[in-house]
Design a protein around this ligand. Structure first.
Ligand SMILES: *[C@@H]1O[C@H](CO)[C@@H](O)[C@H](O)[C@H]1NC(C)=O
Ligand SMILES: *[C@@H]1O[C@H](CO)[C@@H](O)[C@H](O)[C@H]1NC(C)=O
Ligand SMILES: *[C@@H]1O[C@H](CO)[C@@H](O)[C@H](O)[C@H]1NC(C)=O
Ligand SMILES: *[C@@H]1O[C@H](CO)[C@@H](O)[C@H](O)[C@H]1NC(C)=O
Ligand SMILES: *[C@@H]1O[C@H](CO)[C@@H](O)[C@H](O)[C@H]1NC(C)=O
Ligand SMILES: *[C@@H]1O[C@H](CO)[C@@H](O)[C@H](O)[C@H]1NC(C)=O
Length: 234
């Protein structure tokens, strides 16, 4: 009985594939929309992947990958990077060592209730000139809240007429006012780009489920039809 149902289902699916029925083609196009929103395609990194690490010190905690690119050359934050954090009343400075002698300085500033990323600077080594992006107001969030942005585009840093691109991966951070960072808070602010993708996921899941129900229904109906005509030959 069970095996028969399976055969009927497979038969139904095969028939549906070769059919130009309007229901079937709409099902197919629904299913194919999964591809561009698949989470594995969200962070496109070339030529190879770079690590995501937890950085926790003083008032600061972050989970992220970080690298800087200049015309084909990369400076990447390695596993267990060395870094320093300086917490002041209205600013937090984070200095992260990348490959070789290079480092990135992140400066977070705050007003009464919010903090935000205010500037990013990169140096290839201590004596070289600085690539910088100033007067930013990125990732603004209130104290005791985590900020998350997994879809952050590259940020361009300038050094006179030269530029490098800084790239975050799975960027999530929190600054604790007057306290030691233990773990991320349960309340999370998301950047606009992340909100968009988190809305798409339930829509896609719903569409796929609907599509599957339609396929099973078609298979069942075809199966019934085949059953009726198939009895004499068996
Ligand atoms: C389905 O329709 C397309 C054009 O819309 C046609 O090229 C194809 O041959 C058709 N397939 C079947 C199985 O009828
Ligand atoms: C930061 O605080 C200091 C005093 O603690 C003050 O002089 C300075 O203007 C403040 N900066 C900002 C950007 O609010
Ligand atoms: C950041 O750390 C590097 C060592 O990796 C050091 O040479 C540099 O002076 C530091 N910069 C700041 C602004 O603290
Ligand atoms: C943040 O949380 C700590 C306790 O974890 C609390 O002492 C502090 O007042 C809170 N700060 C704000 C701005 O809500
Ligand atoms: C940048 O400016 C310097 C002179 O200040 C020049 O020698 C160099 O070619 C310029 N580089 C680019 C990429 O335009
Ligand atoms: C920190 O919080 C995450 C979830 O937000 C949890 O998975 C992890 O175990 C926590 N780590 C510690 C050390 O409490």
């Amino acid at each position: 009985m069970y095996a028969k149902f399976l055969v009927v289902l497979l038969l139904g699916l095969a028939t549906a594939e070769g059919n130009n029925d309007s229901t079937v083609s709409s099902t197919r196009s629904t299913v194919s929309t999964i591809q561009p929103t698949s989470p594995t395609q969200k962070t496109t990194v070339t030529p190879d992947d770079f690590p995501v690490e937890i950085l926790r010190k003083e008032c600061f905690i972050a989970r992220m990958g970080l690298r800087v690119k200049e015309s084909g050359k990369f400076w990447t934050m390695k596993k267990h990077p060395s870094f320093t954090v300086a917490c002041e009343s209205n600013k937090t400075m984070v200095n992260i060592t990348l490959e070789e002698t290079s480092f990135v300085n992140l400066k977070f500033s705050s007003d009464k209730s919010n903090y935000y990323l205010n500037s990013i600077a990169f140096k290839k080594d201590q004596s070289s000139t600085e690539y910088i992006k100033n007067e930013l107001k990125l990732f603004s969030t209130s104290f005791n809240k985590t900020f998350k942005c997994y879809n952050q585009p590259k940020i361009e840093l300038k050094n006179k007429n030269l530029t490098v691109d800084l790239e975050f991966k799975e960027f999530k951070f929190e600054i604790f006012k007057g306290g030691q960072a233990k773990n991320f808070s349960s309340t999370v602010n998301e950047c606009a780009a992340d909100k968009k993708t988190s809305n798409i996921v339930p829509i896609v899941v719903g569409a796929v489920l609907t599509g599957m129900i339609v396929i099973v229904l078609i298979a069942y109906l075809i199966g019934r039809r085949n059953n009726k005509s198939g009895y004499e030959s068996v």
